[in-house]
Unconditional design. Structure first.
Length: 238
């Protein structure tokens, strides 16, 4: 699987998506901070599977229809932060799609995730991640799952990684910083949480118009019968 995740910074980087998908031969595209009312039905040969509906800036997942078939999609609401409550409701923070690989015959779940902003506590973001993964696991028993996006978790990632491992998941960060706009906030914000997959690489792509750099996640799903059983490896896991 080749999955691109990109926070568009209030839709500013939307014009880059066709070229990005084609250049990196992505099979799945996960977006955050997109104006969903302006999203096309197709981007770089990928078709829209699902998008949020109620957020001012939302999430979306696209997939390559000649490789995968969409079996099920869900939009998940998560606990709000104080920032969400005071400014604008943003409770739809996950878009998940169960995809069927047409050639190899297995199913997996791909999800786009956007955690609450830095004004919230890490404890809230950990709660959001935990609930999101619990909800994704209900889309199919022991399915390979990759949740990518903007985790807004630049510090204490090691502790988050330990928490994820105790729950059977692997947290994998990218090979370079993904947020570079303000020096004090620079760091790894965009990464992947997975189960039942070998994460081969999480590569940070060049800066575009967004304040986030996109990431390219290359993953090899295990068969459903092997999930949680063969010890995942990763490019850079914490």
């Amino acid at each position: 699987m080749r999955i691109i995740s990109y926070n568009l910074q209030k839709h500013r980087a939307a014009t880059e998506l066709d070229a990005l998908v084609e250049e990196h031969a992505a099979g799945v595209l996960c977006l955050q901070e997109a104006d969903v009312t302006a999203l096309p039905e197709s981007i770089g040969g990928l078709v829209l599977a699902e998008a949020t509906r109620e957020n001012r800036l939302g999430l979306a997942v696209y997939y390559r229809a000649d490789m995968y078939r969409a079996v099920e999609s869900r939009v998940l609401s998560l606990k709000k932060s104080l920032h969400d409550r005071m400014l604008r409701p943003a409770h739809e923070r996950v878009v998940a799609v169960r995809l069927h690989d047409i050639d190899d015959g297995y199913d997996f779940v791909a999800a786009s995730f956007h955690a609450s902003p830095l004004t919230a506590l890490n404890s809230l973001r950990r709660h959001q991640i935990r609930v999101a993964l619990q909800q994704l696991s209900s889309m199919g028993e022991a399915l390979p799952t990759v949740m990518v996006g903007d985790y807004n978790y630049p510090v204490f990632k090691e502790s988050l990684g330990q928490t994820m491992r105790r729950r059977g998941y692997m947290l994998t960060i990218s090979d370079a910083h993904t947020y570079t706009r303000y020096r004090v906030f620079r760091g790894h914000y965009d990464f992947a949480t997975s189960v039942g997959c070998r994460i081969d690489q999480v590569h940070t792509l060049p800066q575009g118009r967004s304040d986030h750099r996109p990431i390219l996640v290359t993953a090899t799903p295990a068969r459903a019968s092997q999930v949680r059983g063969d010890g995942e490896r990763s490019h850079r896991s914490v």
